[in-house]
Design a protein around this ligand. Structure first.
Ligand SMILES: [Mn+2]
Length: 316
């Protein structure tokens, strides 16, 4: 592990960078990649973001003009918000074992890079990137500020999750001061509901499995259903939080089928540690939000998660 100052010195020392994000890139991943890339360019460096095939339309303005690879091995590979190399996008697996610097905030970070900076107290990796840009002497412009704002506001569920700290609000304040259009981004990210999203939420409402006297809620969302309802992956942002929002629920479980099995997403209240539960399933994450992928079908995933919940004392 290196310090934030050493991380800044590392970025200052080299000229060519390729920034890596995780599969199903969220607002924090995209916001961090965008702000870091723009900040490095502001310092006169040659920086690009690896074209993750799952980058969605919603965040497109943050990535405009920033995507590319060039010769990846002629660049320093920097990952942001990426807890483990197994989370690299499928088309970036050739880069496995080559990450030079990892900047992250996941407590479950696996230290796969040559150099690693992790701050598990940061609600969003975007908070770290903002501090780094300050250390590097980069003046925050409107676009960088919006990228950081997207990162911190999404990873904290618009500043409502228990991971939100005073530092998160200070980061958001700096973004607003630098001209971020927080109202427009807020509406786009959190309040606008597309027709596809509305249909998926209606399906989930009708199919939520409630157990343990209402303390556990499980949603199973097959990709075939998403397709049938005419919804896209871009409309599924934070859908994993849906079962946790029911009154009385301590553990919300979302199950979705992915290429290599069943993706389990857990959202928990203060009685539980989602990260610990997901580690028992081979995954990881944060105390209130974590995930794991298990081999097999959605019913296999459901059984696996129920087994672990029982092992940790839930009467499901
Ligand atoms: Mn994050």
């Amino acid at each position: 592990m290196i310090t934030l100052e050493q991380t800044a010195a590392y970025l200052r020392r080299y000229e060519r960078f390729l920034i890596l994000t995780h599969r199903r890139p969220d607002g924090d991943a995209v916001g961090c990649a965008s702000a870091l890339c723009l900040g490095l360019r502001a310092l006169g460096k040659d920086a690009v973001i690896f074209p993750n095939p799952q980058f969605g339309a919603k965040f497109a303005p943050l990535l405009d003009d920033l995507l590319g690879t060039g010769d990846p091995h002629g660049r320093k590979l920097v990952s942001v918000d990426l807890a483990a190399e197994s989370l690299l996008p499928y088309n970036a697996l050739g880069l496995t074992g080559h990450t030079d610097l990892a900047i992250d905030h996941h407590a479950s970070h696996t230290e796969y890079a040559r150099k690693t900076y992790v701050d598990g107290t940061a609600a969003a990796c975007g908070e770290i990137i903002l501090d780094l840009l300050e250390l590097l002497g980069v003046k925050l412009d409107k676009r960088m500020a919006e990228a950081i704002y997207v990162a911190v506001s999404t990873d904290t569920g618009r500043f409502c999750f228990s991971n939100t700290t005073a530092a998160t609000f200070r980061a958001a304040a700096k973004c607003r001061e630098a001209g971020a259009d927080t109202a427009s981004w807020g509406r786009l990210l959190f309040t606008v509901k597309t027709e596809g999203r509305r249909r998926v939420e209606a399906y989930l409402t009708a199919h939520t499995e409630v157990r343990a006297d209402g303390r556990v809620a499980i949603c199973t969302l097959p990709s075939a259903v998403v397709k049938e309802l005419g919804a896209t992956e871009d409309e599924m942002d934070d859908i994993a939080g849906f079962p946790r929002d029911l009154a009385g629920v301590e553990i919300g479980v979302m199950l979705r089928d992915v290429k290599d099995g069943a993706r389990i997403s857990l959202r928990t209240d203060e009685h539980w540690d989602a990260s610990e539960l997901c580690e028992a399933l081979g995954g990881g994450g944060h105390k209130a939000a974590a995930g794991a992928t298990v081999p097999g079908t959605l019913p296999d995933g459901r059984r696996a998660v129920l087994d672990v919940l029982r092992r940790f004392g839930a009467e499901v």
